[in-house]
Ligand binder design. Structure first.
Ligand code: UD1
Ligand code: CA
Length: 453
């Protein structure tokens, strides 16, 4: 069978009260629709068609350049059946159609695989059983337990309303029949819409046996209608990611207090304290420890690195055995070879830090190459910007920079050079020498003024 996935994403999402189309609201920092597309891709279908409508331009822009996606416009939202109809011309080769929803982001590939396999030549439906089924279409079964039809809440009679098994909307249908069924839909119902759900009764009338699957968790079928639900699904998703990490060997001090907004790869025995945010592509080696309240965005962290509390690392590489923070900031292009110490209130931007070098307190290091075994004293500033251009500082192996030094770039400090504390260094400092700029220290006779009585 050739599988085509259609994702319905044309609804406006009024209850979001937003100028952004609902499917572009973000869960784990990715648009809702992106989660559904990723799930669809995991099934390796022949084709994926997204039905867009409200704010369609914005939706198309958000996924520009993703050439495996096809788009169908539903200019007017006349119902889920009508939406699917708009997708048919874009389905070129599929003979089995799986319907997903752009605002149902937590659906899992395994669940869909089961549904697709169960319905090779038939009609498959994903249902869930809820304590409170209100709002959903109810699954109506006959005395033999066979599914007969779906009745929408607003069209249901009191007995039907007591049914707790509901339609998730996710279905898998045969292409040829689907085309025929959709063209036979009417909008004579409480909402005046063309309901996709009505094709089920047509299939039953033609003798199709409906294959029903249920997801492992009802969360998979939950949709986002307002920002309260969005936040609830965000938490559920984070909980799921946290559990996956723990089962993969990461210790989380509190799985309720971590946020993963991207892809994390890791070695064994990583330990993460509370309120840590991991964004983008985050690689953690073996034995990495991350203290409370850190943000790591697109970083690669080597084995046995310790990142203490309150650090922000972005587009940085930290070599093995390094110690960072507390209160350190590694900005884009910070590259630490290994065994480095970066201490409190230190900012490092676009700089290499050689093996075993230390920048322990209150420093700014920008556009700088630091060799191995260098010690940068407290309060050292590389003055890399003259107001128009950025300039480079080079500090060779085993140099020692005294505290409160300003290094005015461009500048080279030679190997094993020492810079005296409090210096403003604006020319190269030679190898092995002590270089300093310092006003002479004076001691004068002096009487402090006293207050008149
Ligand atoms: C639909 C189902 C209901 C099911 C529920 C699950 C129908 C008629 N009813 O109801 O049985 O229990 O989902 O959440 O299908 N959409 C379009 N174009 C349209 C209309 C909708 O793209 O013209 C999209 C929406 O963006 C949304 C999805 O389809 O993602 C569902 O639409 P919605 O109107 O919310 O359906 P429900 O009334 O919730
Ligand atoms: Ca509706």
């Amino acid at each position: 069978m050739k599988l085509g996935v259609v994702i319905l994403a044309a609804g406006q999402g009024k209850r979001m009260r937003s100028s952004l189309p609902k499917v572009l609201h973000r869960l784990a920092d990715q648009p809702l629709l992106g989660h559904v597309i990723d799930c669809a891709r995991a099934l390796s279908p022949q084709e994926i068609v997204v039905v867009h409508g409200h704010g369609g331009g914005q939706v198309l822009d958000a996924f520009a350049g993703q050439s495996d996606l096809r788009w169908a416009e539903q200019a007017e939202q006349l119902g889920t059946g009508h939406a699917l109809q708009q997708a048919l011309p874009a389905l070129h080769s599929a003979d089995q159609v799986l319907v997903l929803y752009g605002d149902v982001p937590l659906i899992l590939p395994d669940t869909l695989r089961q549904l697709v396999e169960a319905t090779a030549h038939g009609f498959g439906l994903l249902t869930v059983t809820l304590d409170d089924p209100s709002g959903y279409g109810r699954i109506v079964r006959n005395d033999g337990g066979r599914v007969q039809r779906i009745v929408e809440q607003r069209d249901a009679d009191p007995e039907e309303l007591t049914v707790r098994e509901v339609n998730t909307g996710i279905m898998c249908l045969p292409r040829i029949e689907l085309e025929r069924w959709l063209s036979g839909l009417s909008n004579r119902n409480a909402q005046g819409e063309y309901y996709l759900t009505d094709v089920l009764a047509m299939a039953v009338a033609e003798g199709f046996d409906i294959q029903v699957c249920q997801p492992a968790s009802a969360l998979e079928a939950e949709g986002v209608n307002d920002r309260v639900q969005l936040a609830a699904l965000e938490r559920a998703h984070q909980r799921r990611l946290a559990e996956r990490l723990m089962l993969d060997g990461v210790t989380l001090r509190d799985p309720m207090r971590i946020d993963i907004r991207g892809r994390v790869t890791h070695g064994y025995d990583v330990e993460i304290d509370v309120n840590v945010v991991l964004e983008g592509d985050v690689q953690l080696g073996h034995g990495v420890r991350i203290g409370a309240n850190c943000v790591l965005r697109n970083v690669s962290i080597g084995d046995n690195v310790e990142i203490h509390e309150h650090c922000v690392l972005e587009q940085a590489q930290v070599g093995p055995g390094s110690k960072i923070g507390p209160f350190a900031r590694l900005r884009p292009g910070a590259q630490l070879a290994g065994d480095a110490h970066i201490g409190n209130f230190v900012e490092i931007k676009k700089s290499q830090i050689g093996r075993g070098s230390k920048v322990n307190h209150l420093s700014y290091i920008g556009d700088t190459d630091i060799g191995e075994g260098v010690n940068i004293g407290a309060g050292t500033i590389t003055c890399n910007y003259d107001g128009a251009n950025k300039h480079k500082t080079v500090i060779a192996d085993n140099a020692f920079i005294g505290s409160n030094t300003a290094l005015v770039a461009p500048l080279t400090v030679g190997p094993n050079a020492t810079i005296g504390a409090g210096s403003v260094i604006s020319r190269d400092a030679p190898q092995d020498k002590l270089t300093l700029t310092r006003a002479k220290q004076l001691s004068l006779n002096w009487k402090r003024p006293t207050k008149e009585k």
